[in-house]
Design a protein around this ligand. Structure first.
Ligand SMILES: [Zn+2]
Length: 240
């Protein structure tokens, strides 16, 4: 990928035109020229952009009201998430956040502030950015909600959750997060992560926010990995 990694969104004007010539946009999923995540791929997302409510996660953490997600971790969103997370394509945060914003606004739940799941400083240094923070900032632009980038802190460097069984995932991230911000007190939180696997990370974050006095906490992710521990209530988009 030759696209400049420092770009969070496609610039407009002369700079945008110049970069458009140097780095012509090509859909990360289908390869079609013109956009980084094209309208045809967007339209093919299962569920047509309606959020899926994943409810059984409440059992893991009383602090978490529930988690919503755009779709399961399948194409075309899977390719977009991979491009954003591992391919250095920060520019994908904008179209993905636009989808999340539309889904969230259609669902109609009120929250006060957006909070991204943080990376440990070591992880952040290695990747160069936190993809959840990029999504949160773009989501704030689309929804008009404030974002608190430093509300949560990852105080323990955890091993990757990939490949760990459910029990180990919970143990791996328990106590890994701290909320040092008094400004979350009494506020309803929209907690942002890229992919939901078992919900262990979101639950640990929600617990830290709850201890700091936050009100209702909802999780919002781009995709969810199919897992027997996660219930899908596709027809339940109108209930909290
Ligand atoms: Zn496409």
């Amino acid at each position: 990928m030759t696209y400049p990694e420092w770009l969070r969104a496609e610039p407009s004007g002369i700079l945008g035109s110049l970069l458009g010539v140097l780095f012509p946009a090509r859909c990360v999923s289908c390869g079609r020229a013109g956009h980084w995540f094209c309208s045809a791929c967007t339209a093919s997302i299962p569920g047509a952009g309606r959020l899926v409510v994943l409810s059984r996660l409440r059992a893991q953490s009383n602090a978490l009201c529930g988690v919503l997600s755009l779709s399961s971790h399948v194409p075309p969103l899977r390719e977009a998430v991979h491009g954003l997370k591992y391919g250095g394509m920060r520019v994908l945060a904008d179209p993905l956040a636009r989808l999340l914003a539309a889904g969230w606004q259609a669902w109609g739940r009120a929250v006060d502030v957006i909070v991204p799941v943080p990376l440990h400083p070591v992880q952040r240094r290695q990747r160069g950015y936190n993809q959840s923070e990029l999504i949160s900032r773009a989501l704030a632009d689309y929804t008009g909600l404030p974002v608190q980038l430093s509300a949560l802190e990852r105080i323990r460097h955890t091993r990757s959750q990939v490949g760990l069984p459910m029990e180990s995932r919970l143990t791996n991230v328990t106590g890994a997060f701290a909320c040092g911000s008094a400004t979350v007190r009494g506020h309803r939180i929209l907690l942002i992560d890229d992919v939901l696997t078992t919900g262990a990370t979101l639950s640990a974050c929600a617990s830290a926010l709850h201890e700091a006095g936050a009100g209702e906490i909802w999780g919002l992710t781009l995709t969810y990995a199919p897992d027997p521990g996660v219930a899908q209530d596709k027809g339940n988009v109108d209930s909290p």
